[in-house]
Design a protein around this ligand. Structure first.
Ligand code: HEC
Ligand code: HEC
Length: 285
């Protein structure tokens, strides 16, 4: 073989490799686009399910709003993505998607001026775990996509492909183990109860109520009301193990967040004792 021929072959092989890689790369792009589209579609679909569970009671079946409960969301002044007059009126400089996402995540602890005269019965609840609400961040994104899906014209949701975090799973722990894990002497001291109160005020009161009666503002519109810790007949059936399980693993389907990763073992037991205090249920069962 001549040297020239070898060089020529080398060039050809290199060129062929580049072409193959380019073709594959283009195809990969298409596959990514398709994947993104599928993902976005799925996100909207999942969002629709959450909407039905968590939002419909106040905002109506198709986002048309319900008098006295919540404003319409399916409206062009909010969802006309090109220049939403509503966002301008309230002075929001960001995108519609950001506005929806923020509002859903953080809720409206106070009625906004715009809706002052509507006399809604309850505030827009806080939904994201990041703000003490019941939903995971990916669920809030799905809800945002679902609402944007009502926007007039073809809406192409821009979503980063994220893997939804699986809901917490309950790991059965033998009762003896749980009782052994109580990190302070029983019955709880006043100091333990005071620490429990601190945890409660910070993380639980919004839904379970200042008086521990399950009537906190964050519970408005929830499918199932939070436990009333003052109802001693009801509390008699709530054993230590079930109580601990509910706090550590949550009851995600009904909006009770899981606290096992946020609170320490000691804090969890402190708040459990604070919740059992009104009925003095301190004997392990
Ligand atoms: C208990 C009733 C209630 C529930 C349940 C509820 N909302 Fe609301 N929502 C409201 C009220 C009331 C407002 C208006 C609050 C205000 O600004 O005064 C509101 C406002 C909003 C807004 C802002 C609308 C605007 O025009 O500024 C969005 C977006 C929204 N809700 C989405 C949701 C989503 C998504 C869910 C379900 C995860 C949900 N809401 C569940 C009562 C509710
Ligand atoms: C966003 C609202 C919300 C917050 C915040 C919240 N909870 Fe709940 N909680 C609920 C709801 C709703 C239920 C009812 C779920 C059910 O019965 O299926 C519940 C149920 C419970 C139960 C189950 C009792 C039973 O009936 O079996 C316990 C225990 C509990 N919560 C403790 C806590 C503690 C402790 C905190 C704070 C660290 C807390 N919760 C924060 C909404 C909330």
């Amino acid at each position: 073989m001549s040297v020239q021929f070898k060089i020529l072959m080398g060039i050809l092989v290199t060129a062929a490799t580049v072409v193959v890689m380019l073709l594959y790369g283009i195809n990969e792009d298409n596959r990514m686009n398709q994947y993104q589209k599928n993902f976005a579609g799925r996100s909207i679909q999942v969002g629709a399910e959450y909407y039905e569970t968590y939002c419909m009671t106040c905002h109506g079946e198709r986002g048309e709003g319900i008098a006295g409960k919540g404003p319409p969301l399916n409206r062009t002044d909010l969802l006309d993505l090109k220049g939403t007059p509503y966002l301008k009126a309230i002075g929001w400089g960001g995108t519609t998607a950001d506005f929806l996402h923020n509002t859903i995540a953080a809720g409206r602890p106070q009625f906004s001026k715009f809706y002052e005269d509507e006399s809604y019965q309850a505030h827009m609840p806080t939904w994201s775990e990041d703000f003490g609400g019941p939903l995971r961040p990916d669920q809030v994104v799905s809800l945002t996509n679902f609402i944007l899906n009502w926007a007039p014209g073809e809406y192409e949701p821009v979503v980063a492909p994220v893997t939804p975090t699986p809901g917490p799973t309950a790991t059965p722990i033998p009762p003896e183990e749980i009782l052994k894990a109580i990190p302070f002497p029983m019955p709880p001291s006043d100091q333990t109860l005071a620490s429990g109160k601190d945890v409660y005020t910070k993380y639980c009161q919004a839904c379970h109520g200042e008086n521990r009666d399950g009537k906190g503002p964050g519970a408005a519109g929830m499918a199932k009301p939070p436990r009333d810790f003052v109802d001693c007949a009801g509390m008699a059936t709530l054993g230590f193990v079930t109580h601990h399980d509910a706090v550590a693993n949550g009851i995600p389907a009904n909006g009770m967040p899981a606290w096992g990763k946020k609170l320490s073992n000691e804090e969890i037991w402190q708040v459990i004792m604070y919740e059992r205090e009104p009925c003095k249920l301190f004997t392990p069962q």
